[in-house]
Design a binder for this molecule. Structure first.
Ligand SMILES: Cc1cc2nc3c(=O)[nH]c(=O)nc-3n(C[C@H](O)[C@H](O)[C@H](O)COP(=O)(O)OP(=O)(O)OC[C@H]3O[C@@H](n4cnc5c(N)ncnc54)[C@H](O)[C@@H]3O)c2cc1C
Length: 397
């Protein structure tokens, strides 16, 4: 079986890449060690992604956005504030309004909704062959890659894409080194229904233990106001908080969120993620490209991890679709070098920015508190700088 591209790993990044390539006329094999059922509608589980405006355009081009089974909620405003636990937010805050840009900053999309739409699109795409659940064994030479699956299939491709997430075995096999570090923080992720509407406003509240974000979702299936929460805390405090009973957990959430949404009620599951950053020293090797978390992992402080992966997809798919249309080699070294040159600086800049934000804000140091309050005030007075932040977060710059 001959393919232009074999994508190993069908998480959101690998699956979106396969769909976008297929919609551009590229023949793709997709292998994932987990099953990818086409029709499963899992229950609400409390996880959601902030999909930036540029990522939405990619998902539209990949014919995925149109088939999301659940509505996404637009983010029309973002308020960044600084504070201390249990006290009102600092009067110095930054407010970003989508009317200055002309479209929502992004769309809160339930993780299960994106999964269902991606799986359905993978199954529907005539140029995609799926091998899942299956493990891949890959041998690459300068001419082509040979892939044997644990289910007995033997494939050939001009390019293999590693999209297996942070632990990427293909990256290790290629001898690509990574720099990684831990934030010694845990992200607690859950969702709450609330008494008052959120007015499509996202809140990022910087507390000494780490950032606390409230992200506006579309109403629940029962019509209640709904928000996703991403709450970062230092260890071991985080494990203790995540294990609290329902009433105590709700009280701790409310202390951080404040009263602007009225009474809250957690819904779905609680998820915890140990937070760390990772960056691969190279994104390419012979007939191999890394995308998404296999290449880079960042702090979730700005909700940009998946969006960076989608930007990898945009860059790589543009190059590969053009090569296949022209009848040139989609796994050629110069194409891979161009992909790396387009994506590494952007990803490294976002890693540095999110790292700096976390270090600057997740502290109670009085000198740093003063510096950031001055910084917030300065950005507030500089509309061009504010605009630059907004277009960057939307993936439009
Ligand atoms: C607390 C938290 C909140 C976040 N919020 C946001 C947000 O709001 N917005 C945002 O943009 N990002 C967010 N992120 C980041 C986002 O979750 C990741 O960047 C994203 O999931 C990466 O997708 P991926 O497809 O690259 O990898 P993964 O999601 O890790 O998918 C990897 C896939 O590869 C498969 N796989 C693994 N190993 C193999 C193998 N050996 N063979 C075959 N298949 C394999 C797996 O089954 C899986 O399907 C958040 C992260 C955290 C921790």
């Amino acid at each position: 079986m001959q393919y232009d591209v074999c994508v190993v790993g069908a998480g959101p990044v690998g699956a979106a890449l396969a769909c976008r390539l297929a919609s551009g006329g590229v023949r793709v094999a997709v292998i994932d060690r987990a099953g990818l059922p086409p029709m499963e509608h899992p229950d609400f589980d409390g996880r959601a992604y902030a999909i930036a405006a540029s990522s939405k355009r990619l998902l539209e081009a990949a014919r995925v956005w149109q088939s999301l089974p659940l509505p996404s909620g637009p983010i029309e405003g973002i308020r960044v504030s600084d504070g201390k636990l249990g006290r009102p937010a600092s009067p110095l805050f930054l407010h970003f309004d989508h009317r200055e840009i002309g479209e929502p900053f992004g769309w809160m999309t339930e993780a299960r909704s994106l999964r269902v739409a991606l799986n359905a699109a993978l199954h529907a795409a005539p140029l995609v062959d799926l091998f899942a659940p299956a493990e891949a064994s890959v041998a690459r030479t300068s001419d082509a890659a040979r892939i044997d699956t644990s289910t007995g299939a033997s494939l050939q491709a001009r390019l293999v894409v590693a999209a297996e997430g942070r632990g990427s075995p293909l990256r290790t096999q290629a001898g690509i080194a990574v720099t990684r570090f831990s934030y010694r923080q845990t992200g607690i992720v859950c969702a709450v229904t609330h008494e008052h509407p959120h007015h499509r406003l996202a809140l990022e509240h910087f507390l000494p233990g780490g950032p606390f974000a409230q992200l506006p979702m579309a109403p629940s299936e029962a019509g209640e106001h709904l928000s996703a929460l991403v709450w970062t805390e230092r260890e071991p405090q985080a494990s203790r908080l995540a294990a609290l009973g329902e009433a105590d957990f709700t009280r701790e959430l409310q202390r951080r969120l404040g009263q602007h949404l009225g009474a809250i009620r957690p819904v779905g599951r609680r998820w915890t993620y140990k937070l760390g950053a990772l960056h691969a020293h190279r994104y390419v090797d012979t007939r191999l490209a890394l995308v998404g978390d296999a290449a880079h992992g960042i702090h979730p402080i700005a909700g940009q991890g998946l969006n960076l992966g989608f930007r990898d997809v945009m860059a790589l798919s543009e190059l590969v679709i053009a090569a296949v249309a022209e009848g040139t080699d989609p796994g050629a070294p110069d194409l891979l070098a161009r992909y790396q040159a387009r994506r590494r600086p952007d990803n490294l800049a976002m890693l540095a920015a999110t790292d700096m934000l976390d270090r600057l804000f997740s502290t109670d140091n009085p000198a740093l508190r003063l510096a950031r309050d001055i910084g917030i005030g300065a950005v507030h007075r500089m509309p061009r700088m504010k605009r630059a932040f907004m277009t960057r977060a939307m993936g439009l710059a």
